[in-house]
Design a protein around this ligand. Structure first.
Ligand code: HEC
Ligand code: HEC
Length: 392
């Protein structure tokens, strides 16, 4: 946290404002997506085809058991690549009545999360809210087999469905005629194709009103501008959701450094995962999501105590479309989220105790003295972060 604070202080002042105001042209250069683990010459030949294939797999509702659920069911483009069902706090799987333990996050911009690592002070990066899949490639193999998601009993069961898909021939052409004979190789190929799609600008468009504003191509309303000012000043949001990248030049703001914090989110009594049978949830209503402390690498490193309750800081891009909010979906509106940051500590009875009491961040959150109008302005600013802005 100290590290962040110093970065924050270093950023404050004319430099930060300069970037926010779009004076630094470098700040708006779109980064090249990386293609970890894929041979360079391979990309040259088939990248566009791999993207098309990966997209078909991503949207294929025949790969679940029973059929009907694809990756896109829980990560829909129109919903900011999060779950379009804004009522359930956490996602329902392919099997009716089985709910994931966590709220499906946006996967837009997840390509920029670095491979999970410990920097000497804190953990950074990885996929999932606890970073337990070190990379996107590793992540992609999870959902088809997860009983609370696509629910296939085995790799083979998912692959036999894929072998019948309309794109099966294309799959073999790209990854080899015998690819379906080896389950592990098929899974690696699925990961490769899906991740090639996930790393495209289709998922990281940088096309919000805020981006247009930074390029000098849009004007924020008075309320949105006030929200931006509060975001970097009185409300201190940018300390964890930075508005410029650490090197201040190459990447437009991601609104996260993919590090971890416990912000004291309360339990969500409406989380349907609590009602699942002991097969899926041995703790029943007493289930506590300890976040980063569940990551096997963190457990092996012996850092459970100091990571309990921490979750990966999410990007705020498209946040207007991705409700409900937080790892357990406890908040349904952005207004509630902002009110929580504002009065978590000054009005604790309103919010209840944190799901995990240890490691709660008290430095920048909880008693911000924002007025109602300032809370509204912050919400208005957050709404400028949705991709697909077109000039009215
Ligand atoms: C039933 C809903 C559901 C389905 C289907 C689903 N996901 Fe997810 N996804 C989730 C949830 C919930 C999480 C967060 C889980 C966690 O943190 O433990 C998640 C997390 C992710 C993440 C990590 C994002 C981040 O910021 O950490 C990626 C990437 C992802 N999913 C991609 C996929 C892909 C690819 C598929 C299809 C192969 C898929 N998902 C299918 C619900 C779903
Ligand atoms: C100390 C770091 C920190 C600060 C300061 C902070 N956040 Fe967050 N924010 C997080 C973390 C970590 C989460 C995820 C917590 C969870 O899921 O339990 C989060 C989640 C959110 C979410 C929910 C996103 C989603 O997809 O569920 C929103 C919205 C948000 N923050 C906005 C803000 C705003 C606005 C401010 C300033 C008033 C702010 N944050 C200040 C760390 C921080």
């Amino acid at each position: 946290m100290n590290k962040k604070y110093f970065i924050a202080v270093g950023l404050l002042g004319t430099l930060l404002l300069g970037i926010i105001m779009g004076c630094n042209s470098g700040a708006t250069t779109q980064p090249e997506p990386s293609n970890q683990g894929v041979a360079k010459q391979d990309i040259k030949i088939t990248e566009a085809e791999k993207i098309a294939l990966g997209k078909m797999i991503f949207f294929d509702t025949n790969l679940s058991e029973p059929s009907g659920q694809s990756c896109a069911s829980c990560h829909t483009p129109e919903a900011g690549f999060a779950n379009p069902n804004h009522t359930n706090p956490t996602s329902e799987g392919a099997v009716t009545g089985l709910f994931a333990d966590r709220n499906a996050p946006t996967i837009a911009y997840s390509q920029y999360s670095p491979e999970f690592y410990f920097d000497g002070i804190e953990y950074i990066g990885g996929q999932f809210l606890d970073g337990r899949a070190a990379t996107l490639e590793i992540q992609a193999g999870g959902p088809p087999l997860n009983p609370l998601e696509m629910h296939n009993a085995s790799k083979e069961s998912c692959i036999s469905k894929m072998a019948k898909a309309s794109y099966a021939e294309e799959f073999k052409r790209i990854y080899g005629q015998n690819i379906f004979a080896d389950a592990n190789k098929t899974y690696a190929a699925i990961g490769d194709a899906v991740v090639t799609y996930e790393r495209t600008s289709q998922l990281s468009a940088f096309s919000s009103k805020f981006d247009a504003f930074q390029k000098g191509k849009a004007t924020l309303t008075t309320q949105e501008k006030l929200g931006l000012d509060l975001f970097i000043d009185k409300a201190k949001c940018f300390i964890c959701h930075p508005i410029a990248n650490e090197d201040l030049t190459t990447v437009p703001a991601l609104f996260t450094e993919f590090d971890y914090d416990n912000i004291g989110v309360p339990k969500n009594p409406n989380n349907k995962f609590y009602t699942l049978s002991t097969v899926y949830n041995p703790d029943g209503v007493d289930f506590v999501d300890t976040g980063l402390a569940r990551n096997p690498r963190v457990i092996a490193d012996g850092r459970v105590a100091q990571t309990r309750g921490m979750f990966k800081t999410p990007t705020l891009r498209n946040v207007d479309k991705t409700g409900p909010y937080m790892h357990n979906g406890v908040f349904t509106t952005l207004k509630q989220v902002v009110a929580f940051y504002n009065t978590r500590d000054s009005d604790p009875t309103k919010w209840g105790t944190p799901e995990v009491a240890e490691n709660v961040n008290k430095d920048f959150i909880g008693d911000l003295h924002l007025t109602e109008a300032e809370e509204d302005a912050l919400v208005a600013f957050l709404k400028t972060l949705s991709d697909g802005y077109t000039k009215p």
